[in-house]
Design a protein around this ligand. Structure first.
Ligand SMILES: [Zn+2]
Ligand SMILES: [Zn+2]
Length: 270
C-alpha cells in the first residue's frame, strides 16, 4: 500500500530523539525531543498531516518555532496550538494566511497527488491560530536538552537559527545552506545586516559539530560558517562582485564561496 502521507512527509532519524521530516521533498522540519518537552523547528507546507506524523514520534508537549515567516516554513502552523515566531516576521506570517495567497501557493502542487483525505478548500481557508511572537534572547529547555534561538536577520528581518547544546548541532534554516542564501527577496535585509548574523554564527563554529539547513543537503560541515563569513566580508569590502542573474525568485547578483553562496542586491549592501 502506498502511504500518501509519507510521500509528503519523509522521516529520518538523525539521532535518538531527533528527526528530520522532509516536506514535499523541498523543505525540512526538525523535531527535537528532551525528557519533558519537544520542539518542532518549522511547520512546513501543512499539506501532509505533520501533526499526526509528529504525534507518531513523540507524545511530549510540543512547541513549534518558525525559523522565519516564509510560506514553506509557516503554512502548516494551523495544525498546531503552540507556535513561536520572531516579532519581525509576523507580517510575513499573516500574509501566508490570506486565502488569496494560499490559493496561489496551492497551484504549485497541482501536478502531484495530494495526501488522501486532504481538503484543498480547508487548507486555503486555514485559520491563523494564536501564536506567541518573541524578540531577543530565547532558549527552550526540553528537559536535559537546551536549544538556543539565535537572531540571524538577513534572509528576512525575523530569521533565526537554533543551536542544540546536546548534539552541538546548528539548525541554520534558510540562513546558511549548500545552495545560495537568498538576500534579494522583497523584505530581505541589507548585506551588512546579514554579515552581523553570519559573524554571530561563525563565532560559534568551534562548538558546532554539524549544520542542518532547511533546504538542500544535510549535514554540512561547520566550516561552511567561516566560508560564508569570509565570502560576505569580501563582497562588502568590494573585493568580490556577484554576477547579475534573473532567477525565479527575482533578480540579484549571484556569488559562490567555497561551500555556500548568496544572491544579493549590489545596491543594498549597506
Ligand atoms: Zn525563506
Ligand atoms: Zn525556505
Amino acid at each position: 500500500m502506498v502511504d500518501s502521507v509519507s510521500a509528503w512527509l519523509k522521516v529520518s532519524e538523525l539521532s535518538k530523539d531527533t528527526w528530520r521530516i522532509e516536506d514535499a521533498g523541498m523543505v525540512s522540519q526538525y523535531l527535537l525531543a528532551g525528557k519533558e518537552k519537544a520542539l518542532l523547528i518549522d511547520a512546513g507546507w501543512g499539506i501532509g498531516d505533520l501533526h499526526a506524523r509528529v504525534a507518531s514520534l513523540t507524545s511530549l508537549p510540543l512547541t513549534v518555532i518558525n525559523t522565519h515567516g516564509h510560506p514553506d516554513h509557516t503554512c502548516g502552523n494551523y495544525r498546531f496550538e503552540n507556535v513561536r515566531i520572531h516579532q519581525a516576521d509576523v507580517p510575513l506570517l499573516k500574509k501566508n494566511f490570506s486565502p488569496k495567497v494560499r490559493h496561489d501557493i496551492m497551484q504549485r502542487f497541482k501536478d502531484q497527488p495530494l495526501p488522501e483525505g486532504f481538503s484543498e478548500d480547508a487548507w486555503v481557508h486555514a485559520p491563523l491560530k494564536r501564536f506567541a511572537p518573541f524578540s531577543g534572547e530565547l532558549s527552550f529547555d526540553l528537559g536535559g536538552r537546551v536549544v538556543d534561538v539565535i537572531e540571524t536577520p538577513g534572509h528576512t528581518p525575523g530569521s533565526v537559527s537554533l543551536y542544540d547544546r546536546k548534539e552541538k548541532w546548528l539548525f541554520t534554516a534558510d540562513n546558511i545552506m549548500e545552495g545560495n542564501t537568498l538576500l534579494n527577496l522583497e523584505g530581505s535585509m541589507p548585506l551588512s545586516i546579514f554579515m552581523n548574523s553570519v559573524n554571530k554564527l561563525a563565532a560559534m563554529e568551534n562548538k558546532v559539530e554539524a549544520l542542518y539547513p532547511a533546504h538542500g543537503r544535510v549535514a554540512l560541515k561547520p566550516s561552511t560558517l567561516s566560508d560564508m563569513q569570509k565570502g560576505v566580508k569580501k563582497v562588502l569590502d568590494g573585493k568580490l562582485i556577484g554576477k547579475p542573474e534573473k532567477t525565479s525568485r527575482g533578480s540579484g547578483a549571484v556569488i559562490r564561496f567555497d561551500s555556500c553562496g548568496i544572491v544579493y542586491n549590489d545596491e543594498r549592501r549597506y
